[in-house]
Design a protein around this ligand. Structure first.
Ligand code: GLY
Length: 314
């Protein structure tokens, strides 16, 4: 069997203005990349395990809009979406509108591995989380809500009263800082995952791009793997993750593919966001069409690299 050069890249979301300090945001993605790399460094460490570990780290960090510290719905509740995809066989699992676990990515993985389904939503997904066979601890809804997100919802409400904004406009303190990870392991297997609390002030029951295959993620060992962030409705319209991988398949570098897919989304539906990609031959790429996107990646050649925008060269 041929060996691959393992690599992991993570994002902490693409935003116009982040509501936490840039250093805390950067630390959150560095911690996540380290958690994923620790898996890949071990003999037999898989891309799926690395992606799950990286995303769990960000879901458990209140700085990130996923798990603890998720954005709130218009009526002040948490409803989280997550997905994970295995590039070796195209298996995928996802959950939407869940509110009973700290780590929705692990629940998504259980959907993939323990059910015949791709996506569970709402009450059914929460019931599945509580079922004994998942082994996932459930948490109270209040555990997931932070003071920061409450104050962002308040700001959002004031802003919406004064200005008829659409969800594509970034509001002071609001954020689309979804989290995601993409990994390649030494066996040449790729995986990708994405997790989010969605958008501040979203209608109850709103599901964004994240748990939709080809939008929040795509992974195929014969091409590459991608995770996206940004305005969910726009991402869903252009199937952003799959679009980026079509560009990789057509011969563009991962950096070019990310940029071209984002440019296409901006010109076609006026949506902004970010993408991280690893190609099947271990090239890493990323780009964003917002002011900022926290990212970090790690491989044996370069070690850990990170940043909070896409304007500096890698
Ligand atoms: N991209 C995350 C969301 O819009 O829900």
């Amino acid at each position: 069997m041929s060996r691959s050069q393992p690599a992991i890249i993570v994002h902490g979301g693409a935003v116009s203005r982040h509501s936490y300090s840039l250093s805390a945001w950067r630390a959150s993605v560095e911690d996540a990349a380290r958690a994923g790399w620790a898996v890949l460094e071990k003999s037999g460490g898989t891309a799926l395990d690395a992606v799950e570990a990286a995303i769990r780290s960000m879901e458990s960090n209140p700085v990130c809009n996923a798990g603890i510290g998720s954005c709130l719905t218009s009526d002040g509740r948490v409803e989280m979406d997550a997905i994970i995809m295995n590039g070796s066989n195209l298996d995928v699992g996802a959950v939407a509108c869940v509110n009973s676990v700290e780590n929705p990515v692990t629940l998504a993985r259980k959907v993939m591995e323990k059910t015949d389904h791709v996506l569970l939503v709402g009450e059914g997904a929460n019931q599945f989380a509580a079922a004994e066979q998942t082994g996932i601890p459930t948490v109270s809804k209040e555990t997931l809500i932070t003071e920061q997100r409450k104050s962002e919802l308040e700001k959002f409400r004031q802003f919406r009263k004064a200005v008829k904004a659409d969800f594509n406009v970034q509001i002071d303190g609001g954020g689309h800082d979804t989290v995601g990870a993409v990994a390649l392991d030494s066996s040449g297997n790729l995986a990708a995952g994405t997790s989010t609390g969605g958008i501040t002030g979203k209608l109850p029951g709103r599901v964004g791009d994240v748990p939709i295959v080809g939008c929040g993620v795509y992974a195929d060992n014969s091409i590459g793997a991608a995770s996206t962030t940004g305005h969910g409705e726009s991402i869903a319209k252009v199937t952003l993750a799959r679009q980026a991988l079509w560009f990789v398949e057509a011969g563009r570098s991962p950096d070019e593919a990310a940029k071209d897919a984002l440019d296409g989304m901006l010109s076609r539906v006026r949506g902004r966001g970010g993408i991280i990609i690893i190609s099947k031959d271990a090239r890493i790429g990323f780009n964003c069409s917002t002011d900022d996107m926290a990212w970090a990646y790690c491989n044996a050649r370069e070690g850990l690299k990170s940043g909070t925008n896409c304007h500096s060269s890698k």
